[in-house]
Write a protein that binds this ligand. Structure first.
Ligand SMILES: [Zn+2]
Length: 241
């Protein structure tokens, strides 16, 4: 089966979109399993403004392209063309992005498993009651969350969400770019604590949280004693320096 040339911008008098050309370039020039760089891409498509974006868009059509964050053996500027998806150069094939289609049972299971079978918005598990006045049992769904990536582009990622959290919320969007900036601003100690919560997938109270909880229950005089002890400890640390 021979593919159309990726260089052709017209097929008869039909314009071939840059995403379709990018797909053909991957299939014919790079080849499945091989690595390409942003520079390769840009030199092939010097006439296309946002070719990186077109490549990422292909992922919505079942094309698997790994970045360094997906595959640690890749360098920052490298991407791997893992496998082909829909024949997006054929008219009609590029109409319905994958995120508009329904998921297979296997895809849903994979998302549930990755999310620990918990709603990622409220934490409820399948079949649990909500607890407040609501005695309905939670039903888990897979939602498509629009994520603004670190480079400002958008993609849809799948997340487990219960029916209640999913209803009425509209198309929720998360800004990964802004979140990653906040992570960078953390102190080394805060980063270590956050890494611990992420590894455990839960926020365990730190000694300082437990202390705060206890402190808040204290009568005034006892609270003053704690405040005084803190001051003394600071002064003692000061003398050590
Ligand atoms: Zn929920």
């Amino acid at each position: 089966m021979s593919l159309p040339s990726w260089q052709k911008k017209l097929d008869g008098n039909r314009k071939v979109g840059s995403m379709a050309r990018a797909a053909l370039w991957l299939a014919t020039e790079v080849g499945e399993g091989n690595i390409f760089t942003k520079a390769d891409l840009r030199s092939a498509f010097s006439d296309v403004a946002q070719i990186d974006r077109r490549i990422r868009q292909l992922r919505d059509y079942g094309w698997r392209i790994d970045f360094s964050r997906d595959d640690p053996s890749l360098k920052q500027d490298e991407q791997r063309f893992v496998s082909r998806g829909a024949d997006v150069w054929i008219p009609g094939q590029a109409k319905t992005p994958r995120h508009k289609n329904s998921l297979t049972a296997a895809q849903r299971q994979k998302v549930f498993q990755a999310d620990g079978y918990l709603c990622r918005s409220c934490g409820i598990a399948s079949g649990e009651e909500y607890g407040d006045d609501d005695v309905t049992q939670a039903v888990l769904n897979v939602a498509r969350r629009k994520v603004v990536l670190a480079d400002g582009s958008e993609e849809h990622q799948l997340v487990t969400e219960c029916k209640r959290c999913g209803s009425g919320s509209g198309d929720r969007e998360v800004n990964l770019e802004a979140l990653l900036e906040l992570v960078e601003d953390l102190s080394p100690m805060e980063r270590r604590i956050l890494a611990g919560w992420i590894a455990a997938d839960r926020r365990s109270p730190e000694p300082i949280d437990r202390l705060w909880g206890l402190y808040r229950t204290l009568p005034e005089e006892a609270r003053k004693a704690v405040a005084g002890a803190l001051d003394d400890a600071d002064a003692a640390d000061g003398m050590d320096d």
